[in-house]
Structures are given as C-alpha cells and as structure tokens.
Write a protein that binds this ligand. Structure first.
Ligand SMILES: Cc1cc2nc3c(=O)[nH]c(=O)nc-3n(C[C@H](O)[C@H](O)[C@H](O)COP(=O)(O)OP(=O)(O)OC[C@H]3O[C@@H](n4cnc5c(N)ncnc54)[C@H](O)[C@@H]3O)c2cc1C
Length: 454
C-alpha cells in the first residue's frame, strides 16, 4: 500500500506471524539512546532498567537470534569492504534463525527451515504448550466490552472467519497485536477515543542507492541483511539519523526501486541487475504521520517527510555513495528523478566531479514522488504513556480506557526504535506478557475469593 500522497511504499506482513514471517532476519538491539529517550523524555523508566535488558535477552533467546553462523553474501561484503576502506563503522547484524549464504532467494523463505520467523520460534513454542488455537485468516472486527462500576472491561472479540462466518470469542483478557497500521483501527472500531490512537505514526523511511560492479554480485542470493553501518546513525546527537543496510533484493523489488529514466533504460538496467549492489538508507524519523480507517475499514496513511529527516536521509545517501565507490563500484545511481548516474574515476571520492555530483544529489533531495521511498517499519500509533494525556496505553501495555485490553505490538513505541524493530518489539511485548501473567493471576485469585465468599 501507499501513503495518501503516493510518496511512500508501505511493506507489511499480512500473514500468520505478521512481519516476522516475511522479514529479513536482521535482529538488532534497541539502541541505548532510544531507551534513554523513552525513559527520560517519556517517563517510561522501565526501559532503562536492568529488567528491560533482561527482556531483550529473553526475547532474543526465544527468537533464536545468533551471530555465530552468519554468512555474508557479496552485497553485504560490499558494505563491509567500503566501510573498512573509509574507516566507517560497520558490523555483522545478528540474525534470527540460521539463514545461510548458499541458499538462493533465502529472502523468500527457507526450504531447509533455517529461517525461523515467528512460525519457527514464538508461535512454535506457544503451540507446544497445547494452549494455542489459531483461527487462520480470521479478522478481528472489534473488542467486546462490558461496563463494571463505570469502567469498561474487555470480555472478548467479535471476529469473522475466512469464509465470512461470524466468530465470538470470550476471554478474561484481550490482546491486540494487529501492528501499527491495524491496532488503531481495531481500537477505534471498539469505541476507544484516546487522542493518541492512530497518531504518532513513525515509518523509518527508506531510500536506496545502487551501483554497478564489474563482477556479478547476485544481490538476491543468501541472507539479505547481515551487516549494518551506524556511520550516520546519530546525526543530531539525540539518536536521530540513518543506518546503512543491505536490502533483500528479489528482482521484482529491484525493478520497482531503480531510478526511472524511461522504459528502455529500465530494461537496460535490469539486464545488468546481476552486477548491481544496493544499499538502503534507513532513517530514524523525528516527524510523524497518522493512520485512520476508510469506509471499508482499511488503513489510510497520511505522512510527510520532515525536513530534518530528509536532511538525515540525504546525508545517508551521500555516505552510501562513498561506501559503494570505496568498495569498487563502476557506476553509482541514486533513485532521485533527474539525477544521472555517476561514473567512478580512479580518483575515487577525491575526484572534484564526484563532489559536484553529490552537491546536486543534496540539492535535489528526497522530493515526494520524485524519489522512491519505502517503509517496512511502522510504529508508534498507540504509544505508551505515563497517563492518558501522554499515550493510548499504560506502561503495562493495558489501554487507559478499557480494563483487560492490552496492546502488544510496535504501536506502543513512543518513538521509532532506530534499529530494525523486531527485537525491540519482541522485548517490549515480552515485558507486557509478564504483566499479562500477573493480571491473569490476579483475576484467578479474585475469582477464588469470590467463590469462597458465596
Ligand atoms: C519486508 C519486510 C522486511 C523486514 N525486515 C526486518 C528485519 O530484517 N529486521 C527487523 O527487525 N524488522 C524487519 N521488518 C519489520 C518487522 O517485521 C515489523 O516491525 C514487525 O513484524 C512488526 O510487528 P508487529 O507485531 O507490530 O506487527 P505485524 O508483524 O505487522 O503483525 C500484525 C499482524 O496482525 C494481523 N492483523 C491486522 N489486523 C488484523 C485484524 N483485524 N484481525 C486479525 N489479524 C489482524 C496482520 O495480518 C499481521 O499478521 C521487516 C518488515 C517487512 C514488511
């Protein structure tokens, strides 16, 4: 789907296991400055506590995150090599499961099961307990509530099956884990009115840079995102900037990402696709948008890239171009309309023609609809807050408006995670699940007390 102005292409996993089933395995920790911001700016003190550090560790163990078996494909070696040449930071990104380097199109799944995703980790563990029941392709319409002593209490979910049969589930506690695009819609359909629901949408907007090498790179082979450079990750000293990473680049995704200079040029580019290496510039956005429902209950997204974030993104583009050149690229392309490819010379980044070209890249910037932007990381649309004026859910994950209704997904992030969100969302929701356990135990005790009094 696209943002309302058509400027940002939104990728999200509509599958059992959500984005975790289709994503690119890159499993980075929540940066310290994000935890600091959530704790000190938003008053959510637990994010700086040793407890959250434990939740991060538990989440990574449950997901099966590892660094010991990582095999870099050629595209990731390009990022490593270019950064090394320039003295930029670059490191191996921990991976969820064991995506190997030799398996073609590992990004599309894994024949041998090395790619664990949510089906091979959290959902598998839940299924082993015997307490998991999955209603596949079932859509939650609304959360059922009752009012006790003037306060709303969640009592179940009204849903519809794949074959359009209505389903009503009764439960003591309800958890919305529909992601940052759908949780706000579900909460609104269920009558919640908190002003933060649907607002504060963060996207980690991404643009790309690609380069032609002499040899074949075959960027779509192997595990896609095994390296990360933080060279421009903290441009404002407050944790906002961009990260350089290597995307999964299935040929269809590559075709939609290349600089459009007409049909003939697109065909010529795709014929050289095996020799292309791509980098993405993933921007931690300080600006935000909103998500709301259309008449068919589908999400609509309003989002404009803030100037500060556009500047950070373009700084990242400059660094990505330098990295590709230092790694031995012959020709470098940004995806901005009107920017011609740069043909590298023996002088490398010292060539004055490169500086002139980069100046134009910066002047043109990432203008809406003239520079393809993507988002695979939607966050923040029902943020945690220490009171209802500051957020849609409590620090425990329970909504301020309905007792027993919890949110367990990226929508509770107060601001973007900065790194790819899977590990952060797993850690945050691990913490929320501990609160759920306590809440259920309290409910059980209350029921026993009541029975003993009758
Ligand atoms: C292509 C791609 C690559 C990515 N790569 C990485 C990566 O390498 N590393 C990383 O850390 N992150 C990555 N991400 C991001 C990461 O996967 C997401 O941030 C994460 O999955 C978000 O988790 P979530 O729980 O908020 O929501 P989601 O994972 O989006 O889950 C929401 C689920 O709820 C379902 N749903 C929605 N509405 C309803 C309803 N009404 N009733 C029932 N079900 C509903 C959806 O179908 C979906 O299955 C990637 C994402 C994509 C799309």
């Amino acid at each position: 789907m696209l943002t309302e102005d058509g400027a940002i292409n939104i990728l999200a996993g509509n599958a059992l296991g959500g984005g975790g089933t289709v994503n690119w395995f890159c499993s980075l920790d929540t940066p310290h400055y994000v935890r600091d911001e959530w704790s000190n700016k938003y008053g959510l003190k637990h994010f700086e506590s040793p407890k959250f550090a434990k939740h991060l560790l538990s989440a990574k163990n449950l997901l099966g995150v590892q660094t010991s078996h990582v095999i870099h494909n050629k595209a990731n070696n390009v990022l490593l090599k270019g950064c090394k040449e320039l003295g930029f930071h670059c490191e191996t990104a921990p991976q969820q499961g064991y995506p190997t380097g030799d398996e073609n199109l590992c990004c599309m799944g894994s024949k041998r099961g090395e790619r664990q995703g949510m089906l091979g980790s959290l959902l598998y563990d839940a299924a082993k307990t015997g307490n998991l029941r999955v209603f596949y392709e079932c859509r939650a319409n609304s959360v059922l509530t009752t009012t006790i002593g003037g306060k709303k209490k969640a009592i179940g979910v009204d849903a519809v099956s794949r074959s359009k049969h209505p389903i009503t589930l009764r439960s003591k506690i309800v958890v919305s884990a529909c992601g940052s695009l759908h949780t706000p819609l579900l909460l609104r359909r269920s009558g919640l009115v908190n002003k933060h629901i649907g607002r504060n949408l963060r996207l980690h907007p991404v643009t790309g840079v690609y380069a032609q090498f002499k040899e074949e790179i075959n960027a779509f082979e192997g595990a896609p995102m095994t390296t990360v450079s933080n060279v421009v990750a903290n441009l404002d000293g407050k944790g906002y900037g961009a990260r350089l990473e290597v995307p999964s680049i299935h040929p269809s995704l590559m075709a939609s990402s290349l600089n459009w200079r007409g049909a003939a040029a697109a065909k010529a580019d795709m014929l050289k696709a095996l020799r292309f290496s791509l980098l993405i510039v993933l921007t931690r956005d300080s600006g935000s948008g909103r998500v709301y429902s259309d008449a068919k209950h589908q999400p609509r997204i309003e989002y404009s890239l803030r100037r500060k974030d556009a500047n950070h993104m373009i700084k990242g583009v400059e660094m990505a171009c330098r990295v590709l050149m230092a790694a031995g690229a012959e020709v470098i392309h940004t995806v901005q309309s009107g920017i011609e490819a740069y043909h590298c010379t023996d002088q490398g980044v010292a060539d004055p023609t490169f500086h002139k070209w980069i100046k134009r890249v910066k002047q043109v910037g990432p203008k809406p609809n003239q520079c393809p932007l993507f988002s695979a990381h939607q966050m923040g649309t029902c943020k945690m807050g220490i009171n209802p004026t500051q957020g849609g859910v409590k620090p425990s994950g329970e909504t301020w408006e309905v007792d027993g209704l919890y949110v367990c997904d990226t929508s509770v992030f107060p601001t973007p995670s900065g790194t790819n969100p899977m590990v952060t969302v797993a850690a945050v929701t691990y913490g929320i699940s501990q609160n759920l356990r306590l809440a259920l135990a309290r409910l059980k005790r209350a029921t026993v007390d009541l029975r003993s009094k009758l």
